[in-house]
Design a protein around this ligand. Structure first.
Ligand code: PLP
Length: 499
């Protein structure tokens, strides 16, 4: 494909993308295929000779689309939102067109510098304490030692946080007792989170070789100071060294919030690294009326939220800030930098080399899409998007509240409503979920509370309107009516048999 054909095909592809989004309502949100479906549709080996673009293009609808779950469908209400917008897509295109691998400043100075600037913009827009920003100075005029970086995912950010915390704690332990080996010091370390933390916490602990402990939460699924304090005291007595706490703002199951003003001072007193996982809910801090969800953020050593969730930005774009870059860089830097990565700019110590802030070496020019989103929507545009989702979730919640067949589980804080059928057992809730998804009209997933299914309804798509929420509610209500009347008939049949 030469540049002339690329111009032609590129325009066709842009049209196809716009058509896909314009007509997404005509598709079913959840893919309806069986495992291995694609094996039946594609050849077993790659083509020996080049094919025609038209043939490749036809296969998108024939082979790929049947197996796509449409995350931007207005009736996609599962998980949490996946970001999408046209400005972001244009940023992705430019990123791929430039195609640089910006691991060090010199490898593509704009890639590094734009990331630093955009994360400072964003940090300010979210109201993060200045200590997290790169290009700010403290009250005495000294430059800050914190800064922001784009990671691939919240899981990576969490792992990077654990590794930085581990490095800091091992260093301190070895300073106290120089006879301790790194492994001996690591064996003492322990990390904490609530029992509603994302599984990325256990994965991070496993990969970093740091023991993890989850702690009970209160009635609102929030980790409280008492619970953490008690665990830390018990573990210190048992000879462990508390190293890391992951507090969640907006848990995956219920969008509950750990109590930062209580947890933060306990972390400080015990010299424990506090990481905040705000993968979904962190985006809401851009709205002044939701800023209170971040109260206590000033205690954190690292803070992360996924711009690729609620910020109209395509995957992947997980924004992480640290208050002190030194332990992070120490944890992520090889003992000796290979000759091919050494350069004069790095040796000045005046530039940021993001390869020392993350696990991979290579990195894409991801800040472009975020820059486009911030400029083309403005802070106001993003605020409006988030506010609209929350209003739609409130609308759904009010339907649920006015129907005494349902109970809301936990408190709705943002765009997630969790619910159960009051009547019947766990089986009935699982049946409801299965039938809703099988209807092809909407897509939901469930979580569990005390082993029982809880259905989660999240506003995800930028295209979801009031009429879509009303439609989803009607489908849920009608499916419930059918399930309950069938159950009633079965119960009556059973009681007749017993008479
Ligand atoms: N943390 C929370 C609170 C989440 O809700 C999620 C995913 O939804 C994650 C972490 C994992 O995110 P990622 O896929 O970016 O690793």
């Amino acid at each position: 494909m030469d540049s002339d054909e690329f111009r032609r095909r590129g325009k066709e592809m842009i049209d196809a993308i716009a058509d896909y989004h314009d007509s997404i309502r005509d598709r079913r949100p959840l893919a309806d295929v069986t495992p291995g479906y694609l094996q039946e549709l594609l050849p077993r080996v790659a083509p020996e000779q080049p094919e025609q673009w038209d043939d490749v293009f036809k296969d998108i609808e024939r082979a790929i689309m049947p197996g796509v779950t449409h995350w931007h469908h207005p009736q996609f209400h599962a998980y949490y939102p996946a970001g999408f917008s046209y400005p972001s897509l244009l940023g992705e295109m430019l990123c791929d067109a430039i195609g640089c691998v910006g691991f060090s400043w010199i490898a593509s100075p704009a890639c590094t510098e734009l990331e630093t600037i955009v994360l400072d913009w964003l940090g300010k827009a979210l109201g993060l304490p200045e200590a997290f920003l790169t290009n700010e100075s403290d009250a005495s005029g000294k430059p800050q030692c914190g800064g922001g970086v784009i990671q691939g995912s919240a899981s990576e950010a969490l792992l990077v946080g654990v590794l930085a915390a581990r490095t800091r704690s091992v260093k301190k332990l070895q300073e106290k007792d120089p006879s301790l080996s790194v492994q001996q010091a690591m064996d003492k370390l322990i990390a904490y989170a609530s029992d509603h933390v994302h599984s990325a916490f256990q994965k991070g602990g496993l990969l970093a070789g740091v023991r993890t402990r989850t702690l009970p939460t209160d009635d609102e699924f929030s980790l409280r100071g008492d619970s953490l304090k008690q665990a830390i005291e018990e573990d210190i007595k048992a000879g462990f060294v508390p190293c890391f706490v992951c507090a969640t703002l907006g848990t995956t199951s219920f969008c509950s919030f750990d109590n930062l003003p209580e947890i933060g001072p306990i972390c400080q007193e015990n010299d424990v690294w506090l990481h905040i996982d705000a993968a979904y809910a962190g985006g809401a801090l851009i709205c002044p009326e939701f800023r209170h969800f971040g109260n206590g953020i000033e205690f954190a050593d690292s803070f992360n939220f996924n711009a690729h969730k609620w910020f109209l930005t395509n995957f992947d774009c997980s924004c992480m800030w640290v208050k002190n870059r030194a332990p992070l860089i120490t944890a992520m830097s090889p003992i000796t930098t290979p000759a091919f990565l050494r350069n004069a700019a790095s040796e000045t110590g005046l530039v940021t080399d993001y390869m020392h802030w993350e696990i991979p070496l290579g990195r894409r020019f991801r800040s472009l899409k975020l820059w486009f989103v911030l400029r083309l929507f403005g802070i106001t545009g993003i605020q409006n998007h988030i506010r609209k989702h929350i209003e739609l979730a409130k609308r759904f919640e009010s339907y649920m509240k006015n129907d005494n067949r349902f109970r809301i589980v936990g408190k709705r804080h943002l765009g997630l409503v969790c619910f159960q059928l009051k009547a019947g057992d766990d089986e009935l809730n699982r049946k409801l979920l299965k039938q809703l998804n099988a209807s092809g009209k909407l897509h939901l997933v469930s979580t569990e509370l005390e082993g029982k299914a809880v259905l989660r309804f999240v506003i995800c798509s930028a295209q979801t309107e009031e009429k879509d929420v009303d439609f989803s509610w009607q489908v849920i209500s009608q499916t419930t009516t059918a399930i309950l009347s069938r159950k009633k008939k079965e119960d009556e049949g059973l009681s007749k048999q017993h008479q």
